[in-house]
Design a protein around this ligand. Structure first.
Ligand SMILES: [Zn+2]
Length: 201
């Protein structure tokens, strides 16, 4: 597997591409689905799936366009209604347009997805949004807006909860491996680094 990374949009969302052969899984395509597909084309791979850490518009507005172009959209069962609720996806709050859709695949906490031959462990970590999720692939952890480099995501939007976020943070930092952490915004970090430097611990 090869990892590609781009940053896009006004909210500087991290998009990750897990590339196996000529196929790819995107994690959080951001706002512009056309940009995602053109990036993939330029780099010689085809996007088959998009995993969403959560449905906030800055991560997920691309979903409808990607789905219309044959990409399977994957999100936690607990978060799925955010793809049809403009309060949950926060597009209302920011006065933006979000095209609704129904996901192709949903997962529950602890489920392991087998996509492109990769085992993807899904952990549901509520707090930033009601069904925010993290994905573990090999020694990598994609944390969305649950865990940032020395921070956490906001928890004041609809579906958010500070108490739930702290519980989720504790759960991640108790993982028994020093994963490299790729967050939804900002620089990569690691579990061990966050155990020491995260001010919310
Ligand atoms: Zn968010």
């Amino acid at each position: 597997m090869k990892l590609f990374h781009t940053i896009s949009g006004n909210f500087a969302v991290n998009t990750y591409y897990l590339v196996v052969g000529n196929d790819a899984i995107v994690i959080d395509g951001g706002v512009d689905g056309e940009e995602v597909l053109s990036y993939a084309r330029t780099n010689g791979f085809t996007v088959k799936y998009m995993l969403l850490t959560h449905t906030h518009f800055d991560h997920a507005t691309s979903a409808k366009y990607l789905q219309d172009n044959g990409v399977k959209i994957v999100v936690s069962a607990l978060e799925a209604d955010g793809l049809q609720d403009d309060d949950l996806n926060a597009s209302n709050y920011f006065g933006l347009k979000f095209e609704h859709l129904t996901p192709d695949i949903t997962f529950n906490d602890g489920e392991v997805l087998d996509l492109l031959g990769l085992k993807i462990k899904c952990i549901i970590t509520p707090g930033h949004s009601k069904g925010s999720s993290c994905f573990i692939v090999d020694n990598l952890l994609f944390s969305g807006d649950t865990l940032f480099n020395e921070g956490v995501g906001r928890f004041d939007l609809k579906g958010g909860s500070g108490r739930a976020l702290l519980t989720s943070l504790k759960r991640l930092l108790a993982l028994d491996f020093n994963y490299t952490v790729y967050p939804g915004h900002g620089e990569a970090t690691s579990i061990e680094h966050e155990k020491i430097y995260n001010p919310y611990v």
